[in-house]
Design a protein around this ligand. Sequence first.
Ligand code: PMP
Length: 428
Amino acid sequence: MEWTAEAIRRKQKELLFPNVGTYYEQPLALESGKGMFVKDVEGREYLDFYGGILTVSVGHCNPRVTEAVIAQQKKLVHVSTLYATIPQLQLAEKVIQIRPMEEKAKAFFTNSGTEANETAVALAKEATGRQELVVLRHNYAGRSALALSMMGNKSYRPRTQSEVPGIRFAHAPYCYRCDFGLKYPDCGVACAKDLKPLIETTTDGEIAAFMAEPIQGVGGFITPPKEYFEIAVPLAREHGGLFIADEVQTAWGRTGGKWWGVQQYGVEPDIVTSAKGMANGQPIGLTLAKASIADRAKYANISTFGASPISMAAASATLGVIEEEKLMFNAQLMGKALREGLESLQQRFQAIGDVRGMGLMQAIELVKDRATKEPDPQGTARLMEAARTRGLLIGKGGLYANTLRIAPPMIVDALRLLGEALAEATRE
Ligand code: PMP
């Protein structure tokens, strides 16, 4: 049969679970990608400003990553975590070198953000001997039973979920919709201070960990005020908790200028997790813990597909590209330009209630009325479709599905090209 768009849509309904590949009204059947662009089966080209959920960090089919993957594919594909491999040790050495904590760290590689978070929580429980966890409202941690129990968004919670006990939800640092009805900075960052009464009134007073995303991704790029973690993390530690930073979305320079999102906030995690953009699309999960904590992981750390030599090679190549092409700096520069552009659109369009984010992780929240802040999910869905029609892919998110998430590959280079063009045209 011929794989036309229509045939793909039909087959998808027939063969796959519901809600797979249904991001748009009409499913998008992509066939190839290069750099900032992807092409669908009918040859339509799209500018990809979502990168498969912030995962294509150095561009589709980045030649250096592709070469590394092909070379590794010819050498050794699979061993499981039963054996060490050189690609694994090389990647571990690199991530430990750029770690966001002072103390030496140790790494464990899996296949996804969900697994990275599972590992982090298991380790925190093992290391502290405690069970209870504090996470944030609007949180997204993956799709295992544990991760779903840490879900801070009703839309992603299955009705018949078997709940993992001991999880408490602190108020999110969501300034645009402050739970306390306060305004930053007069609020004194009340949401961060909430950790203390939350722990003291809803747990036995001692927790295993406080786990949070430096910027809440699926939550709609909720960006905490700069003091948030400086207040919240010590409160968690006072109650025996480790701080786990879920950097599945925010790591690898995405927030601009720094490898890790948490470094923008002047705090250091005890454990950090990541996935997505680390290997430019090869499946990967990373749990990186202070060595003194990692060494307490006495259970068997086995993952069949974990630390796949292919993913290890892809990740090393990806981090190499980020470093050598100075993409963290580019994310800062382009992020600033993108932010300014979105803010000027906000001045023009009443529908944009809030613009937020950091680096190349920027969002706009759409409302029906700026005064009441009534969310506009229908308008957001229309805007997604209208952007697609114009050949632009972006993401959606937020509790009310009214936030557009804009996170292009970090190679986006309009300003650099413009600079080069200016240099050529003006001969400066
Ligand atoms: N943590 C965060 C912050 C995420 O955004 C996601 C994925 N959206 C996950 C964990 C889960 O990652 P994965 O889908 O790779 O399991």
